[in-house]
Design a protein around this ligand. Structure first.
Ligand SMILES: [Zn+2]
Length: 297
């Protein structure tokens, strides 16, 4: 046999071994997945993770995971990473904020059609619209957040009935806690009703709605640095004309624009917590609201 023939035969053998190996590996993976009866729950981003943590506490045979990195914050214009795709492909249940926050949802569904999707924004009323776009940051209103808790709890009870009782009990306890917090919050911040504020982060619009604040909100998708000079000037003019005393920003935002407005108008900056990032502890939402309450008082 010529050397060339031997090499060709060797290559063919290697390719065949490779193919067989791949098939075996694929099947092994499949059976691993079938044997694993843990329900994998994936939340889209941080606020949904904290919410789900409260409802799933103590549930059996489940695994809760957040899709996006906590530092990502909101998911406006978000592109799925390979890591995200992997989590979605293995998920049984996906919990979304809804209202367009998860624009990648179609891609996620095509990657895993068996995945059950729970939209936390279902049937929530009094949404704030900017032209054609709905403000999706509903969780900054405690009242709307409670509705989100109810929606997620109902969705989980339906898709994972084995833990229905736990979900129900956890949701009831969490809602009770949130209702008490809301009562205290509205009571102690009564004097903000009808007050005017410049809001440089659209996440706080629902907070303002709940507190009765009259807010001039600039939609920036949290990129205050991209605000044009004309926009800034128009805000300063409005603040002067209307004697606005409050400027609301996210404590993680760049303060440059807020400081310019402060210098020009004498209004005061309030650095609030939008609940978009923090530790993975389940009390983080409650803590964020309490933090805002202390600052706004
Ligand atoms: Zn946002």
């Amino acid at each position: 046999m010529s050397r060339k023939k031997i090499v060709t035969i060797l290559i063919i053998i290697i390719v065949i071994i490779g193919i067989i190996g791949f098939i075996i590996w694929k099947n092994l993976n499949k059976s691993n997945k079938q044997n694993d009866n843990t329900i994998k729950i994936v939340t889209s981003f941080y606020p949904m993770y904290i919410l789900a943590e409260n409802i799933t506490d103590g549930a059996t045979n489940i695994e809760l995971e957040n899709m996006a990195d906590v530092n990502v914050g909101c998911l406006h214009d978000y592109t799925l990473t390979t890591e995200d795709m992997k989590k979605l492909e293995n998920a049984d249940i996906f919990i979304s904020n809804g209202l367009g926050m998860e624009n990648f949802i179609d891609k996620a569904i095509s990657a895993n059609q068996a995945m059950k999707i729970i939209d936390s924004s279902t049937n929530i009323q009094d949404l704030i619209l900017h032209e054609d776009e709905t403000n999706a940051h509903i969780w900054t209103s405690i009242e709307k957040y409670i509705e989100q808790v109810k929606n997620v709890s109902e969705g989980l009870k339906e898709s994972n009935p084995e833990n229905a009782e736990i979900y129900e009990e956890n949701a009831n306890n969490y809602i009770e806690k949130l209702e008490q917090l809301r009562e205290k919050y509205l009571n102690e911040l009564k004097n903000l009703q009808g007050k005017k504020a410049i809001c440089l982060n659209e996440a706080f619009e629902y907070m303002g709605q709940e507190l009765g604040l009259e807010m001039t909100t600039v939609k920036t998708d949290h990129e205050e640095s991209t605000m044009s000079a004309e926009m800034l000037k128009s805000i300063i003019d409005t603040a002067k004309e209307e004697n606005i005393e409050m400027i609301i920003v996210d404590k993680n935002d760049n303060r440059a624009n807020a400081e310019t407005i402060e210098q020009e108008t004498g209004a005061r900056i309030y650095e609030l917590n939008s609940g978009l990032s923090g530790s993975m502890e389940k009390d983080e939402y409650v803590k964020a609201i309490e933090e805002n309450l202390q600052l706004l008082k």
